[in-house]
Design a protein around this ligand. Structure first.
Ligand SMILES: Nc1nc2c(c(=O)[nH]1)N[C@H]1C(S)=C(S)[C@@H](COP(=O)(O)O)O[C@H]1N2
Ligand SMILES: [Mo]
Length: 365
């Protein structure tokens, strides 16, 4: 672990920009802000500035001209790539939903430590970049290479550790083959914004956002498991000793339906009502979204657009309400492998993967 100083974006400036973009700020330094859920109408790819931001440290300010991606470790031909080298390689465009594993954490009882996210630590973008597999092909992996470590340029102090801890994550080669990560240099057709990883980030489709390392500067091939802080001391489900297994790493996004319309506490007239939302699951496309109005029965919402594994899908239910007063709407998604949402969030010590059936209460006049 090298100790070095990276120039960072002025935290006050980063905060101001996020406020202007309408993010719901959880913390200003390091900057953490949620996507505003009512703004998620329209296209399945929202405007770039609406995308939630999740940072463990201050935002590094990297100059493209001096930035390099080093690919080292158990390879026959180590490689150093410039941004232009990557831009000259064959490119892919992928629409991918990123969701923080802590999304929904504030629903957990008893409350847990960590950013108290509501339901907006999620968004979707079209990412452009180079397939990780294309870069790995160029370095020739040695036969004992098993894991790929991804290093971000950001770092800082973490509880219980001396000195600087960098943001680093790994994937096994099997995981990399199955989920086909992208080394992305563009988001929605423009260079990555600084807060989303400029000039290069990893995007791992289907996985919780933590796998998608921003400000990527190094890739290292190793033979054994990787025990970095964000791999083994954070981002695992900790269910406690009475549970078997007691812990499990956080990997794929759990299935979830998000209600966009109506919003909580909204006042609505009696009569026709449309419930609209988004649904996604890291493991497979959405099979169905069921909606319950008040104490009525569960009804299938209509799924709109193409089913997809890598990004969310719109759904809507057109219905009527004739009774006035408080009305609670529930939405529950099921994916094609049969995974569905629990009625209550499953409690775990670090507060990950909270995907209970969502309830929105409105007022009918
Ligand atoms: N280098 C670096 N990469 C990172 C993080 C970070 O703090 N540093 N946060 C991770 C987490 S937990 C999430 S949810 C996503 C968020 O990506 P976004 O800020 O572009 O939405 O980035 C991931 N990649
Ligand atoms: Mo995250």
């Amino acid at each position: 672990m090298t100790k070095r100083t990276v120039t960072t974006v002025d935290p006050e400036q980063a905060h101001q920009r996020a406020v202007q973009a309408g993010l719901m700020i959880q913390r200003s330094d390091p900057l953490n802000g949620e996507t505003s859920i009512p703004a998620l109408t329209g296209d399945i790819v929202p405007p770039t500035e609406y995308h939630y931001v999740r940072n463990h440290f201050r935002i590094p300010l990297l100059a493209a001209a001096s930035w390099r991606l080093a690919v080292t470790g158990l390879v026959d031909r180590p490689l150093t790539l410039t941004l232009d080298d990557l831009r000259r390689m064959p490119s892919q465009r992928l629409v991918v939903t990123l969701e923080c594993a802590g999304n929904g954490r504030s629903l957990l009882r008893p409350a847990v430590e960590g950013e108290p996210w509501g339901l907006g630590a999620v968004s979707t973008a079209e990412w452009t970049g180079v397939a990780l597999s294309d870069v790995l092909e160029r370095v020739d992996l040695k036969p004992d290479a098993r894991q790929v470590i991804f290093r971000g340029a950001d770092g800082g102090t973490v509880a219980g550790h001396f000195g600087i801890t960098r943001f680093e994550r790994s994937l096994s080669l099997e995981e990399a083959r199955e989920f086909k990560p992208l080394l992305a240099y563009a988001m929605n057709g423009r260079p990555l914004p600084v807060q989303h990883g400029y000039p290069l980030r990893l995007v791992v489709p289907g996985w919780y956002g933590v796998a998608s390392v921003k400000w990527l500067t190094a890739i290292e091939l190793v033979d054994g498991p990787f025990s970095g802080y964000f791999q083994t001391e954070r981002y695992f489900y900790d269910w406690g000793a009475e549970h078997e297994p007691a812990r499990e790493p956080v990997t794929l996004q759990r299935v979830r339906a998000l209600i966009i319309e109506p919003s909580p506490d909204q006042e609505l007239p009696r009569g026709a009502m449309t419930v609209r939302g988004l649904a996604w699951s890291g493991g497979s496309p959405i099979a169905r979204v069921e909606v319950r109005i008040g104490d009525g029965s569960w009804e299938n919402a209509q799924l709109l657009g193409e089913p997809a594994r890598n990004h969310w899908q719109r759904w809507e239910l057109r219905t009527r309400v004739d009774r006035t007063g408080a009305l609670t709407i529930h939405a529950c998604a099921t994916d094609r492998t049969g995974l569905t949402q629990p009625a209550q969030p499953e409690w775990n010590r670090l507060g990950y993967g909270a995907n209970p059936v969502q309830a929105v209460t409105v007022r009918v006049r």
